[in-house]
Every structure is written in structure tokens, then in C-alpha cells.
Design a protein around this ligand. Structure first.
Ligand code: SF4
Ligand code: MG
Length: 321
């Protein structure tokens, strides 16, 4: 049994009048103990919303969230705080500084993660040490800590309840490159030592490559492509994945996506959501939204032309019909 099984998760947000933003639409995935799943996509792709739905900060409209075999989906978010599953899911958010209480010192911020009133100082110190935070920093308040130290406080807090799943939303996006590398190394070491499962949200494919076993590429709230990370990044099958790789730092400029993204507010009923930016779009793409299909080697791709793109060498120029 996988640690976490998410099935057909969907979430819309009202945006005035009768219009709805389709933030997450029919997303399914699994995470095993000790495994790290990356969620990648541009802003508005739904990756943060998935993190918030799985951690029950936000209620899903539909779909199952089975944690250790039990569907926690129907539990209202305000009641989830008292649920035993809550302790097993640790959360680490971007901008640790904002996520910490500015009036509390580091020790008290870490103690919050225990979810109970009195926390033993030795236990706080032990978790701080696991997160690589020096004991003498525990008296400091967040503004007296560096970005990297704040990130470690956030990680120590998440570790307080001995989670088996950590959900990390861009945990190092606000940090300098060298500090980022150190924090990522820590997270990876913790995963190995504790057999932690990770859901790792990032817009940075290099970070995903370093940190994850599998990756899910999201576009406007839907899964574009899903599979083992090395294989997927070597041989991307979805035109959107190819574009993301081409646009990542270190790649020649000019490969960035052309065209306007469709609005996630009331998206067209039938068309492929990527068609407005896709260099391979054909007539069928406007008439029929591609289903997520199983391909060889454990890959799933939502594109009518996936066979052609996987057959082509990654470096070959793909042309539209
Ligand atoms: Fe492009 Fe068509 Fe594939 Fe959508 S289904 S990604 S429009 S080729
Ligand atoms: Mg986000």
C-alpha cells in the first residue's frame, strides 16, 4: 500500500460572479514511503494548491486523499488539526520567515510543530540539531536569523511530530544559491535517514532533478506528464515539458514558450489546455482534450502526439504540421 494515494482530486475557486478558477482538475498520484515526488509547473499550474489540499489546509471539491489507506479527504480542514494523520504530515513553506511567528523565538516556533502545549526543551534542541540549527540560535527571533537559519527552523518545526510525509512548497526558492544547496542536502539526508516521503513543489527543474525520484508536470491545474524523473527530463514527451526544459537556466535563450496561456477561469470544455502555446497543435487538439495515457517505462502523458515526441531524439527540432 502506498503511503499516500491521491485520486481524481479537483478544486475550483470562485472568482466573482459565476466564474470559477479551475485550480486543480482531476489529479491523481501516489507516494511511497521514502520516495520523493516533485510537482513542477509555472505559477498558476496548481502545484501549491495540490500541496495545500493534501495537507488539508484547503478542502477539495472532489477526489480521494488516502493516507496510510484511510481517506482523509472528507475531514473538514478545521477538524484535521486533531486528527492522528495530521501529525504524520509535516509542512514546510516558502519564505520560512513569513511562516514563522515573528513574536516567538526559534525554540517556541519549533515547539508549535508538536501540536501540543508543553514541549520539552531537550526535544526542541534535538529537532533543531537534526535540522542543522545551532543551539545558541534557539533564543533568537526570526528577524535575527538568516534566511537559511529560518528555513532550518521551519524544517525542525515540521519534524517535531515525527512525520512520515513532508510537503515542501518551494522551501528554498527565497535563498541564495549556496544556502539553497545546503538546505536541499539536509532535506535529502533527512529523507534517507528517516525514510521520509516527500512532495516537493518547485518551479526549478534542476532542484527537482536533484531531489526527486518521480515528477509530475502540471499545466493549468492538470497533469501534463508524470514519470520517473531522470527518464522524463532526458526524454520529455509532452510539448510543455519540453518547453520547460528548454526555458530552464543554462539553456540557450529564445526557447521560451510562445503564445498566451489559456485562462484557467472557465477553460474551454474540450480543447487541450496547452493548445494556445503548443508548436505541435493540430485540429484534433482543439476538438478533444487529451486524456492522461500510460506510455512505456511508467510514464503517463496527456498529449495526442506523445508517441511522435517520444520517438524523436530530444535534441531534434520538432515542427508543427
Ligand atoms: Fe500540443 Fe495537441 Fe499535445 Fe495538446 S494534445 S500538447 S495541443 S500536440
Ligand atoms: Mg506557489
Amino acid at each position: 500500500m502506498p503511503l499516500l494515494e491521491v485520486e481524481q482530486l479537483s478544486k475550483k475557486f470562485p472568482v466573482g460572479g459565476r466564474r470559477m478558477l479551475h485550480a486543480v482538475d482531476d489529479v491523481s498520484f501516489e507516494v511511497d514511503a521514502g520516495e520523493s515526488l516533485g510537482l513542477v509547473g509555472e505559477s498558476g499550474s496548481g502545484k501549491s494548491t495540490i500541496a495545500r489540499l493534501v495537507s488539508k489546509l484547503v478542502d477539495a471539491d472532489s477526489g480521494a486523499i488516502r493516507f496510510e489507506g484511510r481517506d482523509i479527504g472528507p475531514i473538514p480542514p478545521r477538524r484535521f488539526a486533531g486528527d492522528p494523520a495530521r501529525r504524520k504530515i509535516g509542512l514546510v513553506f516558502q519564505n520560512a520567515g513569513d511562516a514563522l511567528n515573528p513574536a516567538f523565538n526559534a525554540a517556541r516556533n519549533i515547539a508549535i510543530g508538536a501540536g501540543t502545549g508543553n514541549v520539552d526543551a531537550a526535544r526542541i534542541a534535538a529537532k533543531a540539531a537534526e535540522a542543522g540549527l545551532a543551539r545558541e540560535l534557539l533564543d533568537r527571533r526570526p528577524h535575527q536569523l538568516s534566511g537559511g537559519q529560518q528555513a532550518r527552523v521551519g524544517i525542525a518545526r515540521a519534524l517535531m511530530s515525527e512525520p512520515s510525509l513532508l510537503i515542501l512548497d518551494e522551501p528554498t526558492a527565497a535563498l541564495d544559491v549556496s544556502v539553497q544547496a545546503a538546505v536541499l542536502k539536509l532535506i535529502d539526508a533527512l529523507r534517507r535517514e528517516k525514510d521520509l516521503a516527500l512532495i516537493f513543489v518547485s518551479h526549478d527543474l534542476e532542484v527537482i532533478r536533484l531531489m526527486c525520484n518521480r515528477v509530475m508536470v502540471l499545466y493549468l491545474g492538470r497533469v501534463a506528464e508524470y514519470g520517473p524523473v531522470a527518464d522524463l527530463l532526458e526524454r520529455p514527451a509532452h510539448p510543455y515539458t519540453r518547453a520547460l526544459i528548454a526555458a530552464s537556466p543554462g539553456k540557450p535563450a529564445g526557447a521560451a514558450l510562445q503564445g498566451e496561456p489559456l485562462s484557467p477561469i472557465s477553460p474551454p470544455g474540450n480543447a487541450c489546455l496547452f493548445h494556445s502555446r503548443c508548436p505541435l497543435a493540430i485540429e484534433r487538439c482543439l476538438a478533444e482534450r487529451p486524456a492522461l495515457r500510460d506510455m512505456p517505462s511508467g510514464r503517463r502523458v496527456a498529449c495526442h502526439r506523445a508517441e511522435e515526441t517520444t520517438a524523436a531524439a530530444p535534441s531534434s527540432g520538432l515542427r508543427a504540421d
